[in-house]
Design a protein around this ligand. Structure first.
Ligand SMILES: *[C@@H]1O[C@H](CO)[C@@H](O)[C@H](O)[C@H]1NC(C)=O
Ligand SMILES: *[C@@H]1O[C@H](CO)[C@@H](O)[C@H](O)[C@H]1NC(C)=O
Ligand SMILES: *[C@@H]1O[C@H](CO)[C@@H](O)[C@H](O)[C@H]1NC(C)=O
Ligand SMILES: *[C@@H]1O[C@H](CO)[C@@H](O)[C@H](O)[C@H]1NC(C)=O
Ligand SMILES: *[C@@H]1O[C@H](CO)[C@@H](O)[C@H](O)[C@H]1NC(C)=O
Ligand SMILES: *[C@@H]1O[C@H](CO)[C@@H](O)[C@H](O)[C@H]1NC(C)=O
Ligand SMILES: *[C@@H]1O[C@H](CO)[C@@H](O)[C@H](O)[C@H]1NC(C)=O
Ligand SMILES: *[C@@H]1O[C@H](CO)[C@@H](O)[C@H](O)[C@H]1NC(C)=O
Length: 524
């Protein structure tokens, strides 16, 4: 027997089998150190936690069970034998638990000591529990929030206990609404992160919610446990709701007026009915359809409107978006043909083929979806969250839109991403050609330059929208629907401006041509 142990035996004998005061005061000092981590680096705090564990495991308490308590940490020590019947701890039955603390509990199965007792007959088994009523010491890289900020830990000697057949039950009671959150039971995995001393992991733990005020974790091992609260989906802050509604309304209206004006102007002067103008007009048409259906989509999602109307509108909105994207890509393709001087290559019924692609292909996709599973379209709920002192409240807004995340990912995000990528490639190529072209062929270059600027402008506008969509997180990626409208409104307006400038340009060109002819005639 080494001196360390014999010293404690002596102390125990002297103090008539009670725990020496120095031992408990040393432990309490350590716990208080841990509680006020200000000015301490994380590694030193982690060292303190390990030190506390080791002291609780290693010091002799003369066969007593022990409860130590500071403001935010509680340590429990239990001496167990091999005939362990299981142990149920609850804050209601433990001494000295402040009333203000939310109830919690742990249940250990009889199986806990089995492995230790099969291998050898240990003189004693010690179970320690360290409860932290603060999450300060357990912050992962993303500052995850924990239910009640409770972290409950347990350890059986210096052993690793895992793969229990009967799980350990850990209960957390709480008084808050968990609406809008997903709760997950997790344990602290030391060394699983680069920036912190660990990370939360849900492995081996099952999460149950037996009642609205209880979360029950059933885990097959012993460590530090907590309940992770994550906002489900990505609710938009409620403050944005009114501004976004206004922006959508104003933006879409501007876009509708601008595209309507452009189409009317074009119809009024059908002089240049070349393929370029015709493609522009089709793009205008799809933008018009997109804006009109978008303006209607939140009106048609009201509960008073029949579901089928909403489904049809959602499908139309999706169709309009897809054809708008397709016509964008067609603009890019046409630019490629023009600049590549492949234009002289006669494509049989070129415009008809483009129209089949621009209007027909999206229609085919949407109709297929409607036939296969019409429930992918319908009222879609957008959650707006509002943080309050007593939790987070939600305000829901509906619109008729794609409901299925898979369809959204593939036929909205994917399609938009691909068409934007295609146009960006064409643009990069076009800019290179233009740089080479500039000097020799002035007329062609000025004309091609204008067209490139337009497609560049459009693609940047649309590309930005899709980039926004890609970098927003969550299942439904909703805020970008509103952001899309902001850019989309600019889009319709930009098309209008471009159309006007082109008309003015061609008018001045024609005038200059006339003047040149007349002046040459006078000189003759
Ligand atoms: C724990 O106790 C053993 C002897 O039982 C001793 O050798 C060891 O140094 C102690 N460890 C700590 C961290 O106190
Ligand atoms: C310590 O706690 C365990 C489990 O509750 C119990 O079986 C044991 O009798 C207790 N020991 C003492 C000395 O109170
Ligand atoms: C844990 O809870 C389940 C049901 O809630 C119960 O069947 C099981 O016995 C509990 N485990 C322990 C160790 O008490
Ligand atoms: C985590 O929270 C602390 C304060 O609670 C803050 O100082 C820190 O910047 C946050 N870190 C991250 C990554 O959010
Ligand atoms: C427990 O294990 C750790 C490392 O795994 C070691 O540093 C420590 O001394 C051990 N404590 C006891 C009481 O055996
Ligand atoms: C919940 O609130 C009620 C009343 O405010 C209080 O009596 C109860 O102890 C609280 N429970 C928890 C788990 O905080
Ligand atoms: C939260 O507080 C607001 C007022 O600040 C109150 O209207 C609301 O009912 C409260 N919600 C809950 C769940 O207590
Ligand atoms: C808002 O939607 C969420 C889920 O998206 C739902 O849990 C909540 O009950 C809804 N709230 C209202 C007021 O409809």
């Amino acid at each position: 027997m080494d001196t360390h142990v014999s010293l404690f035996v002596c102390l125990c004998l002297l103090a008539a089998q009670s725990i020496p005061a120095e031992t408990t005061s040393e432990l309490l000092t350590l716990m208080k150190h841990l509680e006020r981590p200000r000015g301490r680096t994380m590694p030193s705090r982690v060292k303190h936690i390990h030190r506390l564990e080791q002291m609780l495991l290693n010091t002799s308490f003369c066969g007593h069970n022990l409860t130590l308590q500071t403001d935010a940490i509680q340590s429990l020590v239990f001496e167990l034998g091999c005939s362990f019947p299981g142990l149920s701890l609850s804050s209601a039955t433990l001494p000295n638990v402040p009333q203000a603390w939310a109830p919690h509990g742990m249940q250990f199965p009889a199986e806990l000591t089995k492995e230790a007792c099969v291998a050898s007959q240990p003189a004693r088994l010690r179970l320690i529990c360290v409860y932290f009523f603060t999450a300060q010491l357990f912050q992962d890289d993303s500052n995850s929030s924990l239910l009640n900020n409770y972290v409950l830990g347990a350890k059986l000697d210096n052993r690793t206990v895992n793969n229990l057949q009967n799980p350990v039950n850990i209960s957390f009671w709480h008084n808050r609404s968990l609406e809008g959150y997903t709760v997950t039971c997790v344990f602290w995995k030391e060394g699983a992160s680069q920036h912190s001393w660990g990370a939360w992991s849900p492995e081996g733990c099952y999460t149950e919610q037996p009642s609205p005020s209880q979360v029950l974790c059933r885990c097959n091992h012993l460590t530090y446990f907590a309940v992770l609260m994550q906002l489900s989906g990505d609710p938009v802050p409620a403050e944005l709701l009114v501004p976004l509604e206004y922006i959508s309304l104003v933006g879409c209206s501007i876009s509708v007026v601008a595209t309507l004006l452009t189409i009317l102007l074009y119809a009024h002067s059908r002089k240049q009915s070349d393929s370029v103008t015709c493609i522009h007009m089709n793009l205008h048409g799809s933008v018009l359809l997109l804006n009109v259906t978008f303006l209607l989509s939140s009106q048609m999602a009201l509960p008073t409107v029949p579901r089928s109307v909403c489904t049809v509108l959602a499908a139309t909105l999706h169709y309009a978006l897809l054809s708008c994207l397709t016509w964008m890509a067609i603009e890019g393709f046409n630019l490629y043909l023009l600049l590549g001087r492949v234009y002289n290559v006669y494509i049989h019924r070129y415009l008809l083929k483009l129209c089949v692609l621009g209007w027909g292909f999206p229609a085919l996709l949407v109709l297929l979806l409607l036939v296969i599973k019409s429930s992918v379209y319908g009222p879609h709920v957008i959650s707006f969250s509002k943080s309050q002192e007593n939790g987070t409240s939600f305000q829901n807004v509906s619109m008729c839109w794609v409901r299925s995340p898979v369809v959204h990912r593939v036929l909205v995000m994917g399609y938009g991403g691909l068409t934007s990528l295609f146009n960006l490639l064409v643009l990069a190529w076009a800019l290179r050609i233009l740089c080479r072209l500039r000097a020799p062929d002035k007329a062609l270059s000025s004309w091609a330059y204008r067209d490139t600027v337009m497609v560049l402008g459009l693609t940047v506008l649309l590309g930005t929208t899709w980039a926004l969509a890609f970098f927003s997180f969550g299942v439904f990626l909703l805020p970008q629907i509103f952001l899309f409208t902001i850019f989309n409104s600019l889009y319709g307006f930009f098309l209008f401006l471009w159309f006007c400038s082109q008309r003015r340009h061609s008018a001045t060109e024609a005038k200059a041509e006339m003047e040149a002819i007349s002046s040459s005639q006078t000189t003759h």
